[in-house]
Design a protein. Sequence first.
Length: 214
Amino acid sequence: MKVVFISDIHITDATDPFYGALLTMIESEIGSGDRLVLAGDIFDFLVGYQPSLVEQYRSFFELLRKKVNVGAEIYYIEGNHDFHLESTLRSIPGIHLEKSEIEIRTPLHRLYVAHGDLVDRQDYGYLALRTFFRSPFIRLTASALPERAVNWIGTRSSRASQLKNPRNPGPRSEGRMERTRKIFRDFSEAKSTEGFDAVVLGHCHDDHTFTFRE
């Protein structure tokens, strides 16, 4: 039994190379008894039920259904680019949709997994915006507006977000990254004192591993 974590690949459309790589990885790596945790921002924009996007990513949703049917356990933690997904995932019985965080237990380990956008409690602007976008009002608005309008808003919002946090970050302000790493490290250390053997976080687009003393 293996546990696989995927986060923040920000697939833009079905021609995105990351999309094909995701399908290949899930097909080859996830089998009966395995666990797959999709930890948010799998898509660059997927909010509510959008028929055209569900159709565009049909291979992905059919693959998840296939893996659930053969005995894999799949969790989808909503991110800040893909949320209000209840209707989208309703057709896949057995998939676990989570709003921000989960605890995974194996015979030997206790794991904490989150998208990570709630880690920085001093990012007040983002936290307020997150609360607004996750509200029932936005859920109803997204379902009431024409899909073209929702996509227009989402595309522009995603572009602005990518300028601040690109998928492939490259050089960034070292001061900003050090601050982010400290916040995420402190959060992870706090979780380790709660008895978690490992902490998995996305959102910050930083490839960094923390090692704690036993």
